[in-house]
Design a protein around this ligand. Structure first.
Ligand SMILES: Cc1cc2nc3c(=O)[nH]c(=O)nc-3n(C[C@H](O)[C@H](O)[C@H](O)COP(=O)(O)OP(=O)(O)OC[C@H]3O[C@@H](n4cnc5c(N)ncnc54)[C@H](O)[C@@H]3O)c2cc1C
Length: 469
């Protein structure tokens, strides 16, 4: 008789592999199926998303810092960069990370099947292994963690050379002279920050009326200002509708918010919008799983689909498409399968981080959203220009903004733009998870000199008690 697993997870991204590890920790017999050739584990996040982009951003950050070393009295002659080495280091980080995931699978005795997984009926996952051989896994539960892929945008077809998507831009062999970035979400502004710092003339074009439109409006404004200082152009309220290619570059045309024709020309065009859940040939027709009109899988707050014992997590469902959320959804599901008491995820507490320059990070409600929800809002703000540590770092752009409310003094949202914003946010996440008041956050002793003092000062600002402004 075939080996029986308690749970089979299809997909090894941050949703799938984290679910596998926790599943094993709580005593389940776990199988993990990954189609990526050579059993490269880690999914979009590890191979084509979070990890490689941040590796490139770190190189860009260091290069930009080095350009200003003279301000610190450090002399470097003939400063330059070797793009091949930049790419190599990024690829090394990706490979090491993926090997780390494989190590975790071995450590936790998780059986990895390298092949394409398909639900073949109740309690059955058929895997087409590399080389074409098929194997059927018998399993009590199935978790769909197949993630998302780039969605083609009609009229903006990619060719890996002049018109690229987020997968292809990671593999460029040289830095283009100029680039138009369509879309100012996290992907767009992060790649703009990478390539502009290596000398590429970059223009970010956004359909909505501000860049990073999911963030607090003041953060969008500050980022546009900081980008301008760094030579990155931002054009908002623009609907691009046509792309033409020539031997030397691309020409994108469209209309601005007043209906006026606009044209942008560059050597390269990055399509930084559009992803879709990846459910191809997954065998959903063999189940009662319901697919929403948007292409996502319908689940309840425990990630249960309409088919008993089949769950879906991460980028295939309607919650925010973020690695850390996919992981927490995976943990919730396997703990539930193991019979543990679990609580649905509070989506208001999911952090959102963008690793552009300067970094942007937020959790909870924006000021506008808090007002819309009827809170009697009180805001505290602290600029990094008043922080001793930010001055030491030479990174004084940005601020911390705390959105609170008058009745209970509860922290409703924290919005940070500036140095180490993505690390600073963790404190805000803990504070909000524990329903900390602005007063408590402001009274918590923060070490000096640190950039984290700015969070404390912004919290004190809610009661007009900041010390350093
Ligand atoms: C450029 C970029 C940068 C990003 N940066 C960040 C960031 O900094 N922080 C963040 O939180 N999020 C980031 N994201 C989003 C993040 O990558 C995703 O939210 C996350 O990877 C989703 O995890 P997942 O486990 O749902 O799926 P994925 O990571 O997409 O993994 C799915 C896996 O399933 C496999 N698979 C699919 N179908 C099958 C099948 N039938 N059989 C076997 N295997 C299959 C795929 O090969 C893949 O390995 C970024 C995304 C992009 C594109």
């Amino acid at each position: 008789m075939a080996e029986q697993f308690d749970v089979t997870i299809i997909g090894s991204g941050p949703g799938g592999y984290v679910a596998a590890v926790r599943g094993a920790q709580v005593g389940l017999k776990v199988a993990l199926v990954e189609k990526e050739s050579g059993a490269r584990l880690g999914g979009t996040c590890g191979l084509r998303g979070c990890i490689p982009t941040k590796a490139l951003l770190q190189a860009a950050h260091l290069y930009e810092k080095a350009e200003h070393f003279a301000d610190w009295g450090i002399k470097i002659e003939n400063l330059g960069y070797d793009w091949t080495q930049v790419q190599k280091r990024k690829s090394d980080v990706v490979a090491k990370n993926s090997a780390g995931v494989s190590y975790l699978m071995k450590k936790h005795k998780i059986t990895v099947f390298n092949g394409f997984g398909k639900i073949a009926g109740k309690g059955k996952v058929e895997v087409e292994l590399e080389g074409g051989k098929k194997e059927t896994i018998e399993t009590k539960n199935i978790i769909i963690a197949t993630g998302s892929v780039v969605r083609p945008i009609p009229g903006f077809e990619v060719d890996s050379k002049q018109v690229v998507n987020s997968d292809q831009i990671l593999e460029l062999e040289r830095v283009p002279k100029s680039m138009i970035v369509m879309g100012s979400g996290a992907v767009g502004v992060e790649f703009a920050s990478v390539y502009s710092r290596f000398g590429c003339e970059t223009t970010v074009v956004e359909l909505l009326d501000r860049i990073v439109p999911v963030e607090d409006a003041e953060v969008s404004k500050e980022l546009a200002r900081a980008f301008k200082k760094r030579g990155i152009k931002t054009e908002t309220g623009i609907k691009l509708d046509k792309l033409q290619k020539s031997k030397t570059g691309v020409k994108a045309t469209g209309k601005d918010s007043k209906g006026k024709d606009v044209t942008f020309e560059a050597e390269m065009f990055l399509v930084a919008v559009g992803r879709m859940p990846y459910l191809e040939k997954l065998g959903l027709e063999n189940t009662k799983v319901v697919v929403n009109p948007r292409g996502t899988i319908k689940v309840n707050e425990y990630c249960e689909t309409d088919e008993p014992n089949v769950y879906a997590i991460g980028d295939v469902i309607d919650t925010a498409w973020l690695a850390h959320l996919a992981s927490k959804e995976g943990i919730l599901v396997v703990e539930k399968i193991a019979g543990k008491k679990v609580e649905p995820i509070n989506h208001r507490l999911v952090p959102n981080c963008t690793y552009c320059d300067p970094e942007v990070a937020s959790v909870g409600l924006t000021e506008a959203k808090a007002k819309e929800e009827g809170y009697d809002v009180k805001v505290g703000k602290f600029p990094f220009s008043a922080s001793g540590k930010a001055r030491i770092l030479g990174e004084t752009d940005g601020f911390v903004k705390i959105v609170s409310e008058k009745k209970y003094d509860e922290v409703l949202g924290v919005h940070i733009i500036g140095p180490h914003a993505t690390e600073l946010l963790a404190e805000a996440c803990v504070a909000m998870a524990l329903e900390t008041t602005a007063d408590e956050l402001g009274r918590t002793i923060h070490a000096h000199p640190t950039v984290s003092e700015s969070v404390m000062e912004a919290a004190e600002g809610v009661h007009d008690l900041t010390i350093h402004i």
